[in-house]
Design a protein around this ligand. Structure first.
Ligand SMILES: C[S@@+](CC[C@H](N)C(=O)[O-])C[C@H]1O[C@@H](n2cnc3c(N)ncnc32)[C@H](O)[C@@H]1O
Length: 296
């Protein structure tokens, strides 16, 4: 696989949004260089994009969304200069590793597999090497799920992680006490990465990873289903997700931008999933729903 680095210069307050755009538009990883180093100056955001059939289209949509940012942003975005250059796979993974540090979400710590971390007694550690898959904990949509899992997963639960990416949420659910976790992803590369991370955390006996694109392929009804994908995919799979839950089971839907939240909530509710609450991080919303008792 050939890779390209997309580098964007932006003011620190705009850098997170640039990183989100790069990831939403196909980058497998994005890093902000020393965001706190110069608050008034500009920082560099780097994303790594596979050079495949979709490459040109993805670069075009990244550039369009980044150049549109000043129209929607109420603080200065900076110059938003974009450069694209080829990188080899080794350079990609080394650049990525240099920026990726342990992150703490409530009692869950996401630890890059090559970093040392001494956990506190009440912390659970999820060791991750994201490889070419999405799911480092750096993206707000993943963070919302990691916090929501801590609210809803009880010891002995059966959990499904739909769109597992690196396996981060499945591993967190298992470490929070789930006795069985089904982790599915439509992308074979993600499935491979997730399997490696499950092994890295010694959870082969608890987490089953498989390539699948619908909750209807989960082999038993679950207490908690988490799906961090995008609003349209979540809406498309709302009925199958509801069917995969036990009555009273919890669905955590993430990857939903604020403007799409009302549509997503309507669709989840019409599938029999009552809204308990929403949680948010910037422009991202996670919907916490419960399958109505008495539903099948
Ligand atoms: C945003 S990433 C989330 C990764 C990880 N769960 C996290 O929270 O960081 C979304 C993942 O969903 C997968 N995906 C997209 N559509 C899917 C579908 N219909 N069924 C299963 N997985 C899907 C993608 O391949 C990708 O790995």
């Amino acid at each position: 696989m050939r890779w390209a680095e997309i580098k964007v210069t932006a003011r620190p307050l705009a850098a997170e949004t640039v990183a989100s755009i790069l990831i939403e538009e196909g980058c497998r990883g994005a890093a902000i260089a020393s965001p706190s180093a110069s608050f008034d100056g500009e920082v560099q955001v780097s994303g790594y994009l596979p050079v495949d059939d979709l490459f040109e289209e993805r670069v075009r949509s990244q550039a369009k969304r980044i150049r549109d940012m000043p129209r929607f942003f109420d603080v200065a975005t900076g110059s938003l200069e974009i450069t694209v250059r080829p990188v080899d796979e080794i350079e990609w993974s080394e650049a990525w590793r240099a920026h990726y540090k342990p992150l703490v979400f409530g009692k869950v710590v996401v630890q890059p597999s090559w970093e040392h971390y001494d956990p506190q007694p009440d912390q659970v550690v999820v060791q991750i090497d994201p490889g070419m898959a999405f799911g480092t904990g750096q993206h707000p949509t993943t963070a919302l799920c990691l916090l929501a899992l801590q609210e809803h997963v009880r010891a002995g639960n059966v959990v499904a992680d739909v769109g597992t990416g690196s396996g981060i949420l499945a591993i967190a659910a298992a470490k929070l006490g789930a006795r069985r976790v089904y982790a599915i992803d439509a992308d074979s590369v993600a499935v491979h990465v997730a399997e490696q991370n499950v092994e890295r955390n010694g959870l082969e006996g608890t987490i089953e990873v498989r390539e699948a694109n619908s909750p209807s392929e989960i082999p038993e009804c679950v207490d908690v289903l988490v799906a961090n994908i995008v609003a349209d995919v979540i809406m498309d799979m709302a009925e199958q997700a509801a069917a995969a839950l036990k009555p009273g089971g919890i669905m955590i839907s993430s990857g939903i931008v604020r403007e799409r939240a009302p549509d997503a909530i309507r669709k989840l509710e019409s599938a029999g999933l009552e809204t308990l609450k929403t949680s948010e991080d910037g422009s991202w919303i996670a919907v916490h729903s419960r399958k109505l008792e008495g539903s099948v």
